[in-house]
Design a protein. Structure first.
Length: 452
């Protein structure tokens, strides 16, 4: 999209590096992990170069607004770190005991920030750096480079499934394939600390793999047979990865991802120039996979139920905390201390509760009404982009196909966030950010447009 070839290549390679590295080592959710810090440091050069390219390249003029949106998001979080006078912070829930503590120490009341844990809010801001960098980096790239960008994250996701296979089958020493000091028994977690997030990566990558197959078959520079075989193999591996994760949400959203991939292929069938015998064979295989998934999902629900009492208790407690401080929230990254402070002895279990298992509620708890408004605006943006991409009036082009794949992944991860916290992992946050960028159409001057 930008004219400087050296700058474009640098952005492309750095985006590939950050996104792929995030998948390999960014599968944990605990705050302050060294692996996450490594990804954050590696993403800084990409962030700086991408911002420079967006602000200086004439071809990027129409999408510079997204730089301002990212800056505004960080400023919203930074507002919670600004010290305010005692007359104001005493009105914030959770501070009632502080005046007595300062009085007992014979100290005057200091100015304090809105957030109850400034260090946790700083960590939360740092955690956004890789996602913002990948988003802006992908946003700059032309369609050709976006297509090439997908190869390495898809390869990393495939490797994650193979690691999960070794965990599931116990083929080798289990300790060699558990990177987060967890005991993986009877299911697979791949390169993640949580099997639900491992399943999320698999279903999130399926639409991207489908788009890669479609665009590869329409390319004049790539073997059509090779793209079909390799892409089909990647899709099959991702489906296997979901089945061995033993995740209820993963299986359900995996079914949705399969249906979405079928629809992507079907809407592009006339332009892919495939032999006539391929279509019925593909449809038959897809139907078989869909039925198997449905049966597996029903069996899983029958065994484990739709949800569990622990999640419902966490949601109720989170809602009550939101009601206690709906305006300012408690500070980004403060869920653990806030939740622990509100727990009753009867609520305590053997499980460590580090998130609300509903990211929508957790964001509002931490950010208050402003965070809720941002969520509503973002959902509205996704809705507008979805209508534009899936409308019958949308032109049949590679841009639309790539955008539709990104849209499916974004919607699936947003849906999963109602019962989990997949976007709290660096790996899935980077994937989500890249797919948001794919929904924004690149310059028409980029290659491989194939408008019809």
């Amino acid at each position: 999209m930008i004219g400087n070839r050296w700058l474009t290549s640098a952005v492309c390679y750095l985006t590939v590096a950050v996104w792929t590295l995030a998948i390999f080592i960014g599968g944990g959710t605990r705050v302050g992990r060294i692996a996450d810090m490594i990804v954050q440091i590696v993403s800084l050069p990409l962030l700086l170069i991408a911002v420079y390219a967006l602000l200086t390249a004439e071809a990027a003029r129409k999408i510079r607004v997204y730089v301002l949106i990212c800056v505004a998001l960080l400023c919203l979080m930074a507002l919670q770190l600004v010290p305010i006078p005692p007359s104001l912070w005493q009105l914030v829930p959770g501070r009632a005991v502080l005046p007595d503590l300062f009085a007992a120490a014979d100290l005057s009341l200091p100015w304090l920030p809105l957030t109850l844990a400034p260090h946790a809010t700083l960590y939360a801001m740092a955690a956004l750096i890789p996602s913002i960098a990948v988003f802006l980096g992908t946003l700059i790239l032309s369609l050709d480079r976006r297509y090439g960008l997908l190869i390495w994250p898809l390869a990393a996701s495939t490797i994650s499934v193979f690691v999960g296979e070794l965990q599931f089958s116990n083929a080798l020493d289990r300790a060699m394939f558990s990177f987060y000091q967890i005991d993986v028994v009877g299911y697979a977690a791949g390169l993640f600390a949580n099997r639900n997030h491992y399943a999320a990566l698999n279903y999130a990558m399926m639409p991207l793999a489908a788009a890669w197959i479609i665009l590869g078959r329409r390319s004049e520079t790539m073997s059509k047979t090779a793209s079909m075989v390799v892409g089909g193999a990647v899709l099959a591996v991702l489906i296997v990865g979901i089945t061995i994760a033993y995740s209820r949400a993963g299986v359900f959203l995996g079914v949705v991802a399969i249906v979405s991939c079928i629809w992507l292929f079907w809407t592009s069938r006339s332009e892919m120039n495939v032999p006539r015998w391929i279509a019925p064979l593909f449809i038959a295989g897809a139907v078989v996979i869909f039925i198997v998934f449905q049966l597996g999902f029903l069996a899983l629900i029958q065994e484990r139920g739709v949800t569990d009492d622990q999640r419902q208790m966490m949601w109720q407690k989170t809602v009550s905390l939101i009601e206690a401080s709906p305006v300012t929230g408690y500070g980004f990254g403060t869920f653990v201390p806030v939740y622990m402070g509100a727990e009753k002895p009867t609520d305590i279990t053997g499980y460590y509760i580090n998130h609300a298992h509903n990211d929508w509620l957790e964001i509002i708890l931490e950010g208050g009404i402003l965070a809720g408004i941002v969520l509503i605006l973002f959902v509205g943006w996704v809705g507008v982009q979805s209508v534009r991409l899936w409308s019958r009036r949308a032109p049949r082009s590679d841009r639309i196909i790539m955008g539709r794949a990104g849209d499916v992944t974004v919607v699936l991860l947003l849906a999963h966030s109602l019962v989990e916290y997949p976007l709290r992992t660096t790996a899935l946050a980077a994937t989500f950010a890249a797919c948001c960028a794919l929904m924004i159409q690149p310059s028409r001057r980029s290659g491989r447009s194939h408008e019809s």
